[in-house]
Write a protein that binds this ligand. Structure first.
Ligand code: LR7
Ligand code: MN
Length: 579
């Protein structure tokens, strides 16, 4: 059900936007390189006075819009300036034939220059932004498996052409055990033209998470910058990212991710004020900042945007900080979930994730992953997510399981691996709770801890469940009595503190058992709706046809075959959470 391909941010076509060319940047670039290192360097944290000091002490310059493709070699080439290309109809069969090589228009990509120009989509005011002369330099890490030749090279060229050389330590290509021939000697030979490019080849398929770890381990730069292998970095993309890390090493900046069309390869700009969020069960998505928030904070379209979670593929992080955070959980396989893991970890353990509107990178969004998953894709992703939920979500992990992943609770069926090290790490770093994260980082997220709550009315008896002296009885409904308060949890338990109603009655007739997520006999199907079986409590474990029923005398319970109209089988909670 929930595991989908990554979602595109809302986007529009920038056609007609003029491509800016900046001659003055060459001068500025010289200045940035030549300005001597400051004697006092103030690495400011949250204190804005200190930040201003830092600006004064170390010297600043306008962002270099260095772009070796400003005046493209071939202005008439296909796809030049990021315009949409419509392939002639007699070529459509070729387009279709080659589509699956990358799950985008590979045929067209191969025709577009590897160093094409794209529209400079930054907000106007970015041109005035200042960055420090002594920014840290970065290793750019691309992990890939069987990436299409032209997109891989276009990604590399966009970094080489649009990054100030003194800020680019190296480009590391991590080949995650690709099978395609052209990615071997041919790639080595091509990249040997560029002294800054290094290739690391993994001896077996590791998945993107462990591939990134391999890239990070080899990196020599002070900052790590991760990118997907089918991107185009836009003009001036790097400095605004490094500036954030410079101001505070616990800031983790992401560029705005723009859309390169998988069909016509056009470069499309995205809506302003978009931030990365998640919905249950940990599904990544985009959402505009709330209007009141923008007003209250007096935000312009060029200001950094605090992000509850990052998309995952494109960000810079101080290398030492990355390791202090324990990098990624190396138990995550192939693809998926690592963006949630690193996002929760960063926020809960003292850092911040931001989208920087003055830094923009295009990415080809594909409908499907073009490579094979060593095991089943769905199972891989859900296992990764369960690891993240178990380590980081505290009591909120029920919301994850309850939105489509209840089957993962059966530990006998799904092995999510050992989590001891991850749990230890969270303790050692003294990280805050998930509740803190929700309250402080993502307050507009709806995260009720139960599906339904309050009194549980039996419609036939017109009385409510009540837990007294260790047994379950009926009583006149009274909201003020704690003994009558129950939760219908996301994991389908009917719960009062640590006691749950079981579909398997004890010898002494007791309906109660200590709650335990692993016990199927504690799970009930319940729906408040006008549908045939609405409001019934159906024992999932025994059979979907057995319902909890109150004895009309109001003293015992039984399990009986479900009957649509039997009011003694109908149970109603005071409050239902729709999320
Ligand atoms: O086994 C693998 N080994 C790899 O090296 C699988 C993938 N990879 C490489 C792959 O070649 C690519 O360069 O890893 C990179 C990311 O894989 P994609 O492009 O198939 O991922 P995606 O763009 O569909 O997915 C997004 O979510 C992923 C979750 O694990 C990663 O975090 C991706 O980096 C991430 N991409 C982005 O954030 C770009 C914007 C997408 C959005 C929203
Ligand atoms: Mn991608």
């Amino acid at each position: 059900q929930p595991v989908k391909a990554t979602s595109k941010p809302p986007n529009k076509d920038p056609q007609g936007k003029e491509v800016r060319m900046k001659a003055e940047d060459k001068e500025a670039h010289k200045a940035a390189k030549e300005t001597p290192k400051p004697t006092i360097k103030v690495r400011a944290g949250k204190d804005s006075k200190k930040q201003i000091m830092a600006v004064k002490k170390s010297g600043v310059h306008k962002v270099l819009s260095l772009d070796a493709t400003d005046v493209p070699r071939n202005a008439r080439a296909v796809g030049q300036f990021g315009v949409a290309v419509n392939v002639a109809s007699n070529e459509n069969s070729e387009v279709r034939r080659r589509w699956d090589e990358g799950h985008f228009n590979v045929y067209l990509s191969d025709k577009i220059p590897l160093d094409r120009a794209i529209p400079d989509t930054r907000p106007e005011m970015c041109a005035q932004n200042l960055v420090h002369n002594d920014l840290p330099s970065t290793s750019v890490i691309f992990c890939f498996v069987d990436e299409v030749w032209s997109t891989l090279l276009r990604s590399v060229h966009s970094v080489l052409n649009r990054s100030p050389p003194h800020l680019l330590t190296e480009i590391i290509l991590v080949d995650d055990f690709s099978t395609r021939e052209y990615l071997k000697e041919k790639l080595d030979k091509y990249m040997s033209q560029f002294p800054k490019v290094r290739i690391i080849r993994l001896k077996e398929r590791q998945g993107l998470i462990r591939a990134r770890l391999a890239g990070a381990a080899a990196a020599k730069g002070e900052v790590l910058t991760f990118l997907d292998s089918h991107v185009e970095c836009n003009v001036g993309w790097l400095e605004p990212l490094l500036e954030r890390v410079y101001l505070d090493r616990r800031k983790v900046p992401c560029p705005v991710i723009e859309v390169i069309s998988d069909k016509d390869m056009s470069y499309m700009l995205v809506d302003n004020f978009q931030r990365g969020i998640f919905r249950w069960p940990l599904v990544f998505g985009w959402s505009a900042l709330p209007e009141e928030y923008i007003k209250k904070n007096n935000m312009t379209i060029a200001d950094p945007i605090r992000c509850p979670v990052m998309a995952g593929g494109l960000f810079s992080i101080d290398k030492k900080y990355f390791y202090e955070l324990g990098a990624y959980d190396p138990g995550l396989d192939v693809w998926g979930g690592e963006n949630m893991e690193i996002s929760f970890k960063i926020w809960m353990c003292g850092g911040e994730i931001e989208i920087i509107p003055c830094s923009r990178v295009g990415h080809i969004f594909r409908g499907k992953n073009p490579y094979k998953f060593p095991k089943n894709r769905q199972k891989t992703v859900e296992r990764n997510l369960a690891r993240v939920a178990e380590v980081w979500l505290d009591e909120y992990k029920d919301l994850f399981y309850g939105h489509g992943y209840n089957h993962l609770l059966d530990k006998k069926v799904v092995d999510i691996g050992n989590l001891t090290e991850q749990i230890e790490l969270r303790k050692r770093l003294n990280c805050k709770s998930f509740k803190w994260y929700l309250d402080n980082v993502y307050p507009d997220m709806d995260a009720p801890l139960a599906k339904a709550e309050g009194l549980v009315l039996n419609r036939g008896l017109r009385k409510c469940l009540s837990l007294q002296g260790g047994s379950l009885l009926f009583d006149t409904c009274d909201l003020s009595k704690q003994s009558q308060h129950f939760n219908y949890t996301w994991t389908k338990q009917i719960r009062h503190q640590d006691q749950c109603i079981a579909a398997q009655f004890n010898d002494n007739g007791s309906v109660l058992q200590p709650c335990d997520d692993n016990k199927p006999e504690l799970r009930w199907f319940h729906k408040s709706s006008k549908s045939a079986l609405g409001e019934h409590l159906i024992a999932e474990f025994i059979s979907h046809h057995m319902c909890l029923e109150a004895n009309p005398k109001g003293d015992t319970f039984q399990l009986n075959s479900c009957e649509t109209s039997n009011l003694f089988q109908k149970w109603q909670f005071t409050h239902y959470n729709t999320n």
